[in-house]
Design a protein around this ligand. Structure first.
Ligand code: MN
Length: 239
């Protein structure tokens, strides 16, 4: 089966073998495996969190991470697998599913989006996550004028998203960056998105992403999120 789009996440990539998964647990190999895992997403396999639950402390607390990953993300994955089981979607890539999402059941939209979006989100967070590459930085300056302006637009997208949803930094088909936000578990790959593109930075603004530590103060969580952006990973997705 062909992977149609050159996306950061290849839905048809075959997942790691049992041996590879055992290696995943070896601390020495976590860095290289993390990089590899972000470039592939097998839609039939629940991916490991690429770090420990407390790895993003104090910005994102351990309990939030544990519940968010092991309960919320896992439920999206399980429900997505159940929703496509025995249907033609089972043989479609995630990209194909998202490109046709308006014609598919709500359970596929909500849970497929939840599965994919969280995978991106975990991967684009890291303490001391470096800086944007020269290429990404040039694209940021071209699109926004400055990193400060990107931060403002991205933060505003998260703050003004009413209810639950996501803020995104994506690149369009010409390679230009743009900021957007989507409701619920939608994402910019979906044909229902107002602005369509390939997401390279995802920020979850559902209350479950921040409520235990930040309560109702979503802007405080968003400010903290800027301290844990994995710019090396975001740069790799961009390029
Ligand atoms: Mn979430």
């Amino acid at each position: 089966m062909a992977v149609i789009f050159a996306l950061p996440v290849g839905a048809f990539a075959q997942g790691s073998s049992e041996t590879n998964r055992e290696k995943d647990n070896t601390k020495n190999e976590i860095n290289s495996k993390t990089q590899k895992s972000m470039n592939t997403l097998n839609k039939n396999e629940f991916p490991q969190l690429p770090y420990a639950y407390d790895a993003l402390e104090p910005f994102i607390d351990k309990m939030t991470m544990e519940i968010h990953y092991s309960k919320h993300h896992k439920a999206y994955f399980d429900n997505f697998v159940a929703a496509i089981k025995g249907k033609e979607m089972e043989s479609m890539s995630l990209e194909q599913i998202f490109a046709n999402i308006s014609d598919l059941p709500a359970a596929v939209r909500n849970n497929g989006g939840g599965f994919y979006n969280h995978h991106l989100y975990w991967g684009n967070m890291k303490v001391n996550g470096g800086k944007p590459s020269a290429k990404l930085n040039a694209a940021i300056v071209k699109a926004f004028g400055s990193m400060d302006e990107l931060k403002k637009q991205f933060s505003d997208a998260g703050k003004t998203r009413f209810g639950s949803g996501w803020a995104w930094l994506s690149k369009d088909e010409k390679g230009n960056l743009f900021v957007s936000s989507t409701p619920n578990q939608d994402n910019p790959l979906m044909n229902v998105a107002e602005k369509k593109g390939t997401p390279i930075l995802a920020m979850d603004v559902w209350e479950h992403a921040y409520y235990l530590k930040y309560q109702n103060k979503r802007p405080d969580y968003i400010e903290a999120f800027w301290s844990v952006i994995n710019w090396e990973e975001v740069s790799a997705r961009f390029e």
